[in-house]
Ligand binder design. Structure first.
Ligand SMILES: [Zn+2]
Length: 86
């Protein structure tokens, strides 16, 4: 069941409401009774955990030696003599 964040523009009251998709949206502020009470469309709860954990999971799952070797070597850049790290 999704959680909707509501905010009242009149008094600033803000609260999260657990509602079914089929429930009618709230319109009256529980604090002051203003009819301006409305959902906040926030993406905070829906952030994609994209490359972060996915890359970590991929490295850990494939093989530990390969991942440590690649991090020590720093990729292909050092092999060509283009950097001063050796
Ligand atoms: Zn209010």
């Amino acid at each position: 069941m999704p959680i909707y964040e509501y905010r009242c523009p009149s008094c600033g009251f803000q609260k999260e409401h657990l509602q079914k998709m089929s429930d009618a949206p709230l319109t009256a502020c529980p604090a002051c009774g203003s009819s301006g009470y409305a959902k906040l469309l926030s993406a905070a709860g829906f952030q994609l955990k994209g490359s972060g954990w996915y890359a970590t999971d991929f490295k850990g799952g494939s093989s530990a030696p390969a991942s440590s070797e690649s991090s020590a070597g720093g990729g292909g850049g050092c092999g060509g003599g283009g950097c001063a790290c050796h």
